[in-house]
Write a protein that binds this ligand. Structure first.
Ligand SMILES: [Zn+2]
Length: 387
């Protein structure tokens, strides 16, 4: 730092301004790169279940920094057809904090109103938050949608304690009031922390006992198509942000939501290499198939019977209720226990069966990764947009 002390006031200010401009340029480039990493699902190839996880573990970003960058990247992608966010980021007219807020606002409004905000409104919103402070930006969104609940927050206040802030609706408050009365034999007047601990312990006993995948609509109909990549769930996940809310998602409990058709393994890949240890309690990491440069024949969708709940549960138990994907590039096994899906190692249309040894557990990201290998990136992208 000594050389800085010798700089003139003018040079010090000029150099500091230049560094800030360079930081904005680099941040903008990082967002563009993240966008392409997500489009190609490269994080999945490296064994991560989300772009947020890739940012924190691979790029060493803090959770907050990763969250703002992923959310800003998505805002940039949503608005790229109408405005040049890149230029405003580089010039400092906007920043990733405000862009991140914009993304979360658009997402929460879509969820609340069950429809997408019109493109021209998104553009207007973006123009409104330009050159605004983070607090002014918050005020704008709160004014536009006063009923929209603020995002959940987690704040470490000591090594042992975390403050969690979330919004409870009327139904939850009614349930909590009743629960508080019912648990009064264990604690006379529990605060929310104690109440949630009691309820969570009770709930986990049940969830662990009944741990099994939830039937899907298609399961109920007894049919399932090869081209369904679990995109209903994927669509929800595609918008998963990586702020405090997303952090919670990253740490979410095991939740099995859908059985999806088998992602195709490349026809040139020896079958034996592609199978997880059948019947093993703890599956051994297996290198996963990698995309082949040559275009492959496209398997045709074929309706087929869905897997039984019993088979699904057996696969999940064998795989330890965890995604079995292991990156061929890094050797990293995906640690996701969320939104697990059952894949056919070989799709039935390619001669696969419902035998346990031909089934495996994957998270949604890796289900899509395998699907991309079969159907190609373009097909998956269009399916995601359609859903
Ligand atoms: Zn995974």
């Amino acid at each position: 730092m000594n050389y800085l002390q010798s700089l003139s006031k003018k040079d010090l200010i000029t150099q500091t301004e230049n560094l800030a401009a360079e930081e904005r340029r680099i941040t903008t480039e990082l967002l563009k790169h993240l966008c392409e990493v997500e489009r190609r699902r490269l994080y999945a190839e490296l064994g991560y279940s989300s772009l947020f996880q890739f940012c924190t573990l691979q790029l060493k970003l803090s959770e907050g920094a990763a969250g703002r960058r992923v959310a800003s990247m998505r805002a940039m992608r949503e608005l790229e057809k109408h405005v040049s966010i890149e230029d405003t980021l580089k010039s400092g007219e906007t920043n990733i904090s405000n862009l991140s807020q914009l993304h979360h606002f658009i997402r929460s409004e879509k969820k609340r109103n069950r429809k997408e905000i019109p493109e021209n409104v998104k553009t207007t919103l973006f123009n409104q938050i330009k050159s605004k402070s983070t607090r002014e930006c918050q005020r704008i969104f709160a004014t536009l949608s006063p009923l929209a609940p603020p995002p959940d927050r987690e704040r470490m206040i000591s090594g042992e304690l975390t403050q969690i802030t979330f919004t409870a609706d009327k139904e939850l408050m009614t349930l909590l009031t009743e629960a508080r009365q019912l648990v009064s034999n264990k604690d006379a007047n529990p605060n929310f922390g104690t109440l949630f601990k009691i309820l969570t312990k009770e709930a986990l006993v049940q969830f662990r006992k009944n741990r099994q995948p939830r039937p899907t609509k298609k399961d109920s109909a007894g049919k399932e198509g090869e081209e369904n990549f679990g995109l209903t769930n994927a669509n929800a996940n595609a918008n998963a942000n990586a702020n405090a809310n997303a952090n919670a998602n990253e740490k979410s409990q095991s939740a099995v939501v859908k059985s999806t058709p088998a992602p195709e393994l490349m026809s040139k890949t020896p079958k034996a290499q592609l199978q997880q240890s059948p019947g093993s309690e703890t599956p051994q990491p297996q290198p996963q198939p990698q995309p082949q440069p040559q275009p492959q024949p496209q398997p045709q969708p074929q309706p087929r019977k869905s897997l039984t709940q019993q088979i699904r549960k057996q696969v999940l138990q064998r795989d330890g209720y965890r995604c079995t994907f292991v990156s061929q590039k890094t050797g990293r096994r995906c640690d996701s226990q969320s939104l697990l899906q059952i894949d056919h190692i070989f799709p039935k249309s390619m001669g696969g069966s419902d035998e346990l040894k031909e089934l495996r557990t994957t998270c949604r990201a890796h289900n899509l990764f395998f699907a991309t290998q079969i159907f190609g990136l373009g097909k998956i992208e269009s399916e995601l947009k359609r859903n």
